[in-house]
Every structure is written in structure tokens, then in C-alpha cells.
Design a protein around this ligand. Structure first.
Ligand code: 5GP
Ligand code: ZN
Length: 115
């Protein structure tokens, strides 16, 4: 599996940095964002290191589909019943801060801190 030893989220996948996990299987991990914008704010990531959405190819179609498909399931499990927001920031102008592909999934009653 492709791993970048200097990448924050690869370290979370490896357990070198703790996280509050909400889902894990062979290829995906989901955990609570450390600075939540909303009452529920989780990040869904592939375990393999892919820097950004601009780096994916057709070989990643199934992986991306699984990331998106996990969102409603997680929100239901976390008690979010009134809708949620999914967000992928890509590259500098996209506002990406952590260069390991991740999808934000945010929900819970408004007002939110951001977003
Ligand atoms: P980006 O701006 O790259 O889309 O979002 C990166 C997200 O990662 C931010 O919402 C930030 O709060 C979150 N984050 C950064 N460092 C950590 C960390 O060490 N642990 C967790 N759980 N979230 C983090
Ligand atoms: Zn990584």
C-alpha cells in the first residue's frame, strides 16, 4: 500500500497519531475532525496515500464511490437525521490543508461554527 511517512493522515492510519475512529475496513478509515465545524464532523479517508482528488485515476473510481457511500451510513449511526454536508477541498486554491485525500462529512443541528 502506498504510504507517505511524513503525512499526518498516514500516521493516523498507522496508529502513530491517535484519532477518534468511527469506521475502519481494509481500504477506508473515518474519524472525528479535531476542529469540528458542526456538531458532527468526520473525515473519511482512503488508507492508501493519495495526496488530492486531482491525483485519482479511473482505478480509484470504486474507492471514491465507497467513500461517498459511507457518508449516509455514518451520519445515521452518529444520529444525524436532518441532512448533512459532504466536502472535498482540493489543492491550494481549493483550501486543502492536509495533503492526503479526505472527505469532510458534517451534520447536526445548526448554527454551525463554520460551513
Ligand atoms: P482540509 O482543509 O485539508 O480539507 O481539512 C483538513 C482537516 O483536517 C481540518 O478540518 C482539520 O481540522 C483536520 N485535522 C488536521 N489535523 C488533524 C489531526 O491531527 N486529527 C484530526 N482528527 N483532524 C485533523
Ligand atoms: Zn497520507
Amino acid at each position: 500500500m502506498n504510504v507517505d511517512p511524513d503525512c499526518l493522515f498516514c500516521k493516523i492510519v498507522a496508529g502513530q497519531i491517535p484519532s477518534k475512529k468511527v469506521f475502519e475496513d481494509e481500504e477506508l478509515l473515518a474519524f472525528h475532525d479535531i476542529h469540528p465545524w458542526a456538531p458532527v464532523h468526520v473525515l473519511v479517508i482512503p488508507k492508501q496515500h493519495i495526496a488530492t482528488l486531482a491525483d485519482v485515476g479511473p482505478e480509484h473510481d470504486a474507492l471514491l464511490g465507497r467513500m461517498l457511500g459511507l457518508a449516509p451510513r455514518l451520519m445515521k449511526e452518529l444520529g444525524v437525521g436532518n441532512g448533512f454536508r459532504t466536502l472535498l477541498n482540493t489543492g491550494r486554491d481549493g483550501g486543502q490543508e492536509v495533503y492526503h485525500l479526505h472527505m469532510h462529512v458534517m451534520g447536526g443541528p445548526r448554527p454551525w461554527r463554520k460551513g
